[in-house]
Design a protein around this ligand. Structure first.
Ligand SMILES: CC(C)(COP(=O)(O)OP(=O)(O)OC[C@H]1O[C@@H](n2cnc3c(N)ncnc32)[C@H](O)[C@@H]1OP(=O)(O)O)[C@@H](O)C(=O)NCCC(=O)NCCS
Length: 180
């Protein structure tokens, strides 16, 4: 029986998170993007300095999931301006949500999503919104079964490549599972 521990990340986690975040981004998207665009995105979004500043930012909650002591997933929830298609009140963004490939389909994502709702409540959110690449069917299926619905679309750049993200929204759940 595996034990899963989900906790808030702290700046001492920056190095492990930077490595994990870059690896899971590459695992997910390298096959569909040019090496140049991947390199540009990895350089601008990941690294010990970048993750240190994210972990220290009071407007961002970073959640780390460890299974048997190994980092297997992370998520980031943050305050910020949503795209115009998000009209629901008090929105907070699910900015990143990544499970290690070896742990896909094992229930880790569902457990982490519950913790994401807790983080959204902490940040004063009543709705979660996110952008997911239109060519990421597994994530789209997971978000649909997690209660997210389509709100619109927006551009997302990987390096110089302009891509289309679906924008999805879900109500933040109360601890009992109802809406906040
Ligand atoms: C997205 C992610 C967090 C979901 O976690 P997971 O453990 O894979 O999720 P689950 O297995 O519970 O659910 C995925 C669903 O997609 C289905 N699925 C798998 N491959 C699929 C595909 N190619 N097309 C459509 N659906 C697919 C699965 O069958 C499952 O549905 P089911 O439970 O009804 O069978 C995880 O896959 C992941 O980290 N992916 C890489 C990073 C990523 O894409 N993050 C999101 C960025 S926005």
């Amino acid at each position: 029986m595996h034990s899963l521990d989900i906790r808030r990340g702290v700046t001492a986690d920056a190095s492990a998170l930077a490595e994990f975040a870059a690896r899971t981004f590459a695992d997910t998207f390298a096959a569909h993007n040019s090496p140049e665009d991947m390199q540009a995105h990895l350089a601008s979004s990941y690294g010990v300095r970048q993750q240190t500043s994210e972990l220290a930012d009071p407007g961002i909650v970073t959640l780390l999931a460890h299974r048997d002591g190994r980092l297997v997933a992370y998520a980031q929830v943050r305050c910020g301006q949503p795209p115009a298609c998000v009209t629901q009140e008090q929105p907070v963004e699910l900015h990143r949500f990544y499970v290690d490939r070896a742990a896909h389909g094992a229930g880790v994502a569902g457990r982490l999503m519950l913790a994401v709702h807790g983080a959204a409540r902490e940040l004063g959110g009543r709705h979660l919104w996110l952008g997911v690449w239109e060519r990421n069917p597994r994530a789209i299926a997971f978000y649909a079964k997690s209660g997210f619905v389509h709100a619109g679309s927006h551009d997302f750049f990987v390096g110089a490549d302009r891509q289309t993200d679906h924008v999805l929204v879900a109500p933040v759940q109360r601890p009992t599972g109802g809406e906040a």
